[in-house]
Design a protein around this ligand. Structure first.
Ligand code: ADP
Ligand code: MG
Length: 265
């Protein structure tokens, strides 16, 4: 999650997920963004689907199992659609009663637990929208860990404390085990002084939290940073992951190494 747009959330969810699936992990991607970029990125067209996360959030009878699409070998996705943008308003009343924050968890967790052993997912990656609204809160209520994609540029750290206090708030009320475990740096221009300064500011910010009783006390910057690579920007419009589109490019290599770092966590 990150309430800023354009920081690499969707690119990372799709390509880290694809890289993990190539490491023989069974991976489920969940698209919580009304823009449905993840859905399109894996080659699904929201207009052709009879069910999406929107129905799951708003129809008490909708089933999570029904939403799972196999998009590649070992890679699955639960799609979004533009109607998701209305969920905050449609569920405002339920949210005020505290009843709309854990809809996703209540639907998805039992489904995950009911899967036979050979169909269990090793990783479920949730792509959050660029806001701290009800959809993101539902994502945080379901998750065990938060990864924060970030760009190493000016103002990168601005907004981070708001993001972290949302995680704390959700942690206290809905999901006490929730931890921020990783910062993923995307769109990285490693040679610039600025990128390196932002990186070291970030390291000292995280270092300062080590002894504190906060959900990000063990967060670290995941290595390597993902370099800026045009192939990563091109592949979504073809409905392809980087491994379908340009498996030998630097972006494919960076996400492969990130997947190895995640497997070692
Ligand atoms: P978010 O989901 O946070 O809004 P995206 O993953 O959609 O961010 O990324 C924003 C834009 O930057 C997209 O057009 C995406 O294709 C592009 N992009 C993301 N990561 C990279 C990268 N490492 N190199 C080049 N372009 C990238
Ligand atoms: Mg996105």
């Amino acid at each position: 999650m990150n309430q800023k747009g354009g920081v690499g959330k969707t690119t990372t969810t799709v390509n880290l997920g694809a890289a993990l699936s190539l490491h023989r992990q069974r991976v489920l991607l969940i698209d919580l963004d009304p823009q449905a970029h993840l859905t399109l990125h894996v080659g699904l067209n929201p207009d052709d689907l009879d069910a999406t996360i929107y129905g799951l959030m708003t129809d008490p009878d909708a089933s999570a199992m029904h939403l799972i699409h196999e998009v590649r070998h070992r890679l699955y996705a639960m799609p979004a659609e533009v109607n998701l943008a209305g969920v905050d308003a449609e569920l405002a009343e339920a949210a005020a009663q505290g009843e709309a924050q854990h809809i996703l968890r209540d639907k998805v967790l039992p489904m995950l637990e009911s899967l036979p052993a050979e169909e269990r997912f090793d990783f479920v990656l949730i792509d959050c929208p660029p806001s701290l609204g009800l959809l993101t809160i539902n994502g945080l209520a379901l998750a065990n860990e938060v990864f924060v994609p970030m760009q190493t540029h000016f103002l990168a750290l601005q907004g981070l404390s708001k993001l972290l206090s949302t995680v704390s708030m959700v942690g206290q009320s809905l999901n006490p085990e929730l931890r921020v475990t990783a910062i993923v740096l995307g769109l990285h221009d490693g040679q610039t002084v600025l990128a390196n300064e932002v990186m070291s500011d970030l390291e000292s910010f995280l270092e300062a939290a080590r002894g504190m009783d906060v959900p990000w006390r063990s967060a670290r910057v995941l290595q390597p940073p993902v370099r800026r690579n045009i192939k990563l920007a091109e592949c979504p419009s073809f409905g392809k992951t980087i491994y379908d589109y340009a498996p030998l490019c630097p972006g494919a290599a960076d996400y492969r190494k990130l997947a190895e770092a995640v497997l070692a966590m």
